[in-house]
Design a protein around this ligand. Structure first.
Ligand code: AMP
Length: 278
């Protein structure tokens, strides 16, 4: 696997090659969910590039940034095992030569006012900034994103359209542990007991999915929030929304594509997950 550490090096490499490129941006601490995106990209492209960059501008909580797991050696091993062609590993100074304090502001609009947009001010602007910079550096034909970060997928697609970037976005399904817990780098910060308990988020989402034709969302939400509270979770949102727009909904409207989105903290670790209902 080729490891490229700067934008200049990346440009030189790309000048020499004329291949169909698939790109998987990550923040490292890789798990099988990330590898599933690599596998998908490998099956559809001639060259698969994975980036590892813990992007400082998307952390609204400094403690979350400080505690973000970094496991570079193990990550490289996993990428080699997955036969990834290239790892792009830039430094903060390379991605943000003018510093991180005054980055460009993107027009995120409505998506910045709901769910993670509302609860993590500045987060999606940082996501847009880094993905835009990475796309400019890697120039992929296809970008592979996980549906685990449902709102992020919509924000990035919108940014790509607004910036008229020619790149196809492929969203991939969420990989889960056997108890349903969505794989996430942040899960490493949970205790063994926490990892078991965290499966409750998936159980609650399933409860909603299995009962939405005969119960009100209001009722199911009360049951689920109580279950989560009793198990020690602090829930930020347990929200039904239109899957195309993320417009919040208070009741099931089967004429719409419905998605349930959850953000809840356990042992101080903020977990997000989602499930399409129909
Ligand atoms: P991250 O390193 O958390 O920024 O994630 C990098 C990419 O991997 C994003 O597109 C995520 O949505 C995706 N991803 C994270 N967790 C999973 C998962 N459990 N299953 C599939 N994709 C995932």
């Amino acid at each position: 696997m080729l490891i490229i550490k700067s934008i200049t090096e990346m440009r030189k490499f790309l000048e020499m090659k004329n291949m169909r490129i698939g790109f998987v941006p990550t923040m490292g601490a890789l798990h099988q969910g990330h590898i599933s995106l690599i596998d998908r990209s490998k099956s559809e492209n001639e060259l698969t590039v994975c980036s590892i960059f813990v992007n400082p501008t998307q952390f609204n909580d400094p403690e979350d940034f400080e505690k973000y797991p970094i496991t570079l050696e193990a990550d490289i091993e996993k990428l080699v095992d997955a036969k990834t062609d290239m790892l792009f590993l830039p430094l903060v100074a390379d991605m943000y030569p003018n510093g991180t304090a005054n980055i460009r502001q993107y027009e995120i609009g409505f998506l910045n006012t709901v769910l993670d947009g509302e609860h993590r001010p500045g987060h999606f602007n940082g996501v847009c900034a880094i993905v835009h910079l990475l796309l400019n550096a890697v120039k992929p034909h296809s970008l592979y994103l996980g549906e685990k970060d449902f709102q992020q997928c919509l924000v990035i697609k919108q940014m790509i359209t607004q910036e008229k970037i020619s790149c196809e976005v492929i969203t991939c399904p969420t990989l889960r542990a056997t108890n349903g817990l969505a794989m996430s780098s942040r899960n490493q910060r949970l205790s063994d007991m926490g990892k078991v308990k965290a499966g409750l988020i998936y159980e609650c989402m399933l409860l909603v999915k299995n009962n939405f034709s005969n119960e009100s969302f209001e009722h199911l939400k009360i049951i689920c929030e109580a279950k989560l509270f009793d198990a020690g979770f602090e829930t930020e949102y347990f929200q039904l929304a239109d899957a195309n727009t993320l417009q919040p909904l208070i009741s099931f409207d089967v004429n719409k594509h419905l998605v349930l989105l959850v953000a809840s903290k356990l042992e101080g670790v903020r977990l997000i997950d989602n499930m399409r209902l129909n």
